[in-house]
Design a protein around this ligand. Sequence first.
Ligand code: DGL
Length: 248
Amino acid sequence: MKIGVFDSGIGGLSVVKSLLEHQLFEEIIYFGDTARVPYGTKDKNTIIRYGIEAIEFFKNFELDLIIVACNTVSAYALDEMRDSATCPVVGVVEAGILACSNSLDKKNSNILIIGTHATIDSRAYELGLKTNNFTTITSKATSLFVPLVEEEIYEGAIVDASLQYYFKDIDREVDALILGCTHFPLLSDALQKYFGDKTKLIHSGEAIVEHLQKQFDFTKRYNNPNIKFFASENPDALKKVAKKWLDI
Ligand code: DGL
C-alpha cells in the first residue's frame, strides 16, 4: 500500500513513528503544511479549506489511503476531504475514540481529553465518547504544549509549570488521557509522571494502527519503507526533525 500522511506541520511525524514501528506500509508520502501551522488556532472553514488543498496535493501521487494525522483537521474536515479524495481517508479522532473505548471497562471511567483550542472547541472526541455511552469526560485545550514540543522541551521547569497551569483544577484520578494533538506523545513521560501509572495514555499513532489493523489485512511487513517528505515551507527543516524523531 502506498499512503499519504497529512499534518499541519511536523507533529504528524509522531503518527509516522507508529506506522514505521508496525511496518505496515511500503511507501509513505508525508505532507506537512509548515507554512501555515498552527491549525489549532484557526477557524473551521479555514481548516476545511486547508484539508481539501492537502487532498489536491496528494492527487499528484497514486495513493491507496490517506491518513489525517492532525487532530485538528480530523476534528473538522474529514467529511469534506473524503468528498474530494479518490481513495479512503482516515482520521485520528475516530481512531482515538475507538482506542479509548476499547481500553476502558466502565462507562463512568474518568476521561480527560487534551488538544488544541480548535480540537477541543469542535467537541469531536467528547461527542464521539458520549455516543459510546461514556459519562465522565473533561476537555482541556493545552495549546502551550505545541510550542514546547517544537522547541524540543519535553521535561523540566517550563513543562512542570505548564502542567500545573493547565491541570491545577483537574482531578488527577484520570483513567484515560486522550493525547488529542500530534505533538503531545512527545510529552508522554511528563504527562504519565504527572497523572501516575494508572492513567492510560491514548496516542493517535497507536490508535490509528489499531484502527487500520481492524480494517485492512496486513499480511506483509515492510521494514524498510520508502518515505518521502514534503512541506509547504522549509522542507529541509522538516526532514531534519524527521531524522531525529524517526531515527532514520
Ligand atoms: N497537528 C495539530 C493537531 O494535532 C497541532 C499543531 C497545530 O495546531 O497545527 O491538532
